[in-house]
Design a protein around this ligand. Sequence first.
Ligand SMILES: Cc1cc2nc3c(=O)[nH]c(=O)nc-3n(C[C@H](O)[C@H](O)[C@H](O)COP(=O)(O)OP(=O)(O)OC[C@H]3O[C@@H](n4cnc5c(N)ncnc54)[C@H](O)[C@@H]3O)c2cc1C
Length: 239
Amino acid sequence: MPKAPKWLNDTVESLLSGKMPMLQVIAAEYINPAIKRIRFHGDISRLNFHVGYAMAVRVSGTEYRNYTVSYHDAEKGIVEMIAHLHGNAPGSIYVDSLTTGDALRLVPPRGKKMYDSAVKQHFFFGDETSLGLACSLQQSLQKNDQRYRFYFELDHENKNVPALLGLDNYTLVAKGTTFFDAALVNELPLFRIRNWHRGNFILTGNARSVQTIRKVLKQNNISGNILAQAYWAEGKTGL
Ligand SMILES: Cc1cc2nc3c(=O)[nH]c(=O)nc-3n(C[C@H](O)[C@H](O)[C@H](O)COP(=O)(O)OP(=O)(O)OC[C@H]3O[C@@H](n4cnc5c(N)ncnc54)[C@H](O)[C@@H]3O)c2cc1C
């Protein structure tokens, strides 16, 4: 996301205050030291929510970062996100600092729709940054009785997080291994699932992984759709 001077961000926020709801943090929970779930409360009645939509959070005077809506309840005015605290960077530091009672304006959820209620099978590839999307997707998939399989590349210390978040039907691979190597992606059990090639393929997380997996899927002549969005790229700030 582009960096803008503080005065400009302040001006835009005050001009668009009607469209950017002021929300209050009502829960801030560490799933483990690197994964934090934040629950906000406020008037979200005029916002649009689709699986895959992300909200931008102002993480410093000059910068915004994207975080996917992992859960929402429009009637109760609740929105949640799940953040990867990956180190010394503005987004990580800001989310780490959030505590109950903090108030902030959110840029309303927008972006790519990642769910199709008409498709029977969904295959999902991602990392820690994709866990929020996986949570919101699983709710819709289960509600509509669709088949799904998650493939997560996670740091070793985060391998218990999917279970702690209530995710199921997942396979774990070590970070920076399988998803970086086309030959290893080709060996995933996915390719032995009946009619796998007719599913939808949702790819998010590390740009390099997204690129590799997309290439393998295309080489395998899938007939389903690929819904791909890199969430971060090595050495780049705030995609
Ligand atoms: C549509 C969209 C939805 C997203 N949803 C989520 C979400 O729900 N949860 C979430 O945690 N993130 C999500 N992200 C990713 C998040 O916006 C980026 O990780 C962002 O770069 C974090 O900002 P930062 O200030 O912490 O790091 P930055 O200042 O942007 O980056 C600093 C350095 O850290 C590296 N870096 C960035 N992210 C990571 C990471 N996760 N692991 C390791 N290195 C990293 C960068 O390559 C860069 O070198 C989403 C991104 C997009 C585009």
